[in-house]
Design a binder for this molecule. Sequence first.
Ligand code: ZN
Length: 150
Amino acid sequence: MSELRDLYQEEILDHYGKPRNFRKIENPTRVLEGYNPLCGDKYTVYLNLEGDVISDIAFQGSGCAISKASGSLMTENLKGKTKADAEELFNAFHQMLTRAPGEDYDEEKLGDLESLAGVVEFPMRVKCATLVWHTLRGALQGREDSVSTE
Ligand code: ZN
């Protein structure tokens, strides 16, 4: 059970209980829905862009603790950042969640996103953690359909 305790550490439970930026943006520049059929996580990501800068970002929907905490942490980390920053952070986050045993990840860049590092032990949960990120990426690319992890 110690691994499970690691997975649901305090920071994740805090973000799950009180998700940040958990709201709708009226008339967003971009909006996209994402779905993870394996777990049933379903979220809509809203973005306002000013040039290349994410001036506002929010999400709404429902799902497990991991997916909701990930959305909360993502939106908190990306507000005011550029599209290029978002892509870089996505790559660092994805690498952390899919790393081989013993492989390092960029703690400095990831900051509080590191609280999801334990997800690497639970391959089924990786899609929960990355769903909102894939959705964000689709929104930044201008996709208008929806994103599915399958
Ligand atoms: Zn989930």
